[in-house]
Design a protein around this ligand. Structure first.
Ligand code: ADP
Ligand code: MG
Length: 247
């Protein structure tokens, strides 16, 4: 199978008596686009929190490029190439698009830039920030103040912030949440145009969008993987149709 970008073995998370994530196994190849779907409360966001290290696992193992990171701190996982967005926006609304991005670049790679002289460091930061903005189609909005952006543009900026550290694995938690159908399809296009070397895991509530972006889908229900396979297989899976689509 070759080296995996991400591998989970029997990962569980209990909140008191509730097993929010229950014995999840996952194997994601480098460059894969994987959708994680399932009803509200299925444990999708919790699983992201375990992968990024925001929450400790109750049991199980998490590997990033074959390296065991189960007990590695979130900022160390970020340094190993992991980035994520949150279901809830965390932008600085009174700063410009470029300023938000500069802060993210600087926060994600402080050492590299501190080794340069101030002006050179600023140019390197700005180049990286503009590259991330270009990747999400916001190059010409760099000078705009964030609170004046449309909701769709704010979601694009969140992805730029995650790209700022040049991640190898990107976790996106409902990037189309709150977007209009037209904005959602724009977002799907944007995600399909990301550097194919980046491994992308995307939690997506809208089945159509999930299937548009990802070739491979994992379905979570009550914390467990109930189906995992190519999108055509998932679309046709009777259990998935019953649980997820209510068909
Ligand atoms: N920090 C927490 N403390 C207690 N229960 C939690 C916490 N986070 C999530 N849960 C519970 O875990 C379950 C899964 O939640 P979540 O991962 O947010 O689901 P999803 O993202 O699939 O909608 C839910 O029942 C939720 O109420
Ligand atoms: Mg969630």
């Amino acid at each position: 199978m070759g080296e995996l970008a991400l591998r989970l073995d029997a990962v569980s998370k209990a909140f008191g008596g509730l097993r929010a994530v229950d014995g999840v196994a996952l194997a994601v190849r480098p460059g894969e686009r994987r959708a994680l779907i399932g009803p509200n409360g299925a444990g999708k966001t919790t699983l992201f929190n375990l992968i990024s290290g925001e929450l400790p696992v109750t049991s199980g193992a998490i590997r990033l490029f074959e390296r065991d990171v189960t007990r590695v701190a979130p900022h160390r996982r970020a340094a190993l190439g992991l980035a994520r967005t949150f279901q809830i926006t965390n932008l600085f609304p009174t700063l410009t698009v470029l300023e938000n991005c500069l802060l993210a670049v600087q926060a994600l790679t402080p050492v590299k830039f501190s080794m340069l002289r101030p002006l050179a460091a600023y140019h390197a930061l700005e180049e990286r920030a503009r590259e991330a903005l270009a990747a999400v189609g916001l190059a010409d909005r760099a000078a705009a103040v964030v609170r004046n952006l449309s909701h769709g543009e704010q979601r694009q900026l969140e992805i730029a912030l995650a790209l700022a550290g040049r991640p190898r694995v990107l976790l996106l938690d409902e990037p189309t949440a709150g977007l209009s159908p037209a904005e959602s399809h724009l977002m799907a296009d944007l995600l399909q145009r990301l550097d194919p070397a980046i491994t992308v895991l995307i939690i997506e509530h809208d089945m159509d969008i999930a299937l548009e972006i990802a070739q491979h889908v994992t379905v979570l229900h009550y914390g467990r993987v109930i189906a995992d396979g190519p999108r055509e297989e998932i679309k046709a899976n009777p259990l998935v149709r019953e649980i997820y689509l209510g068909a």
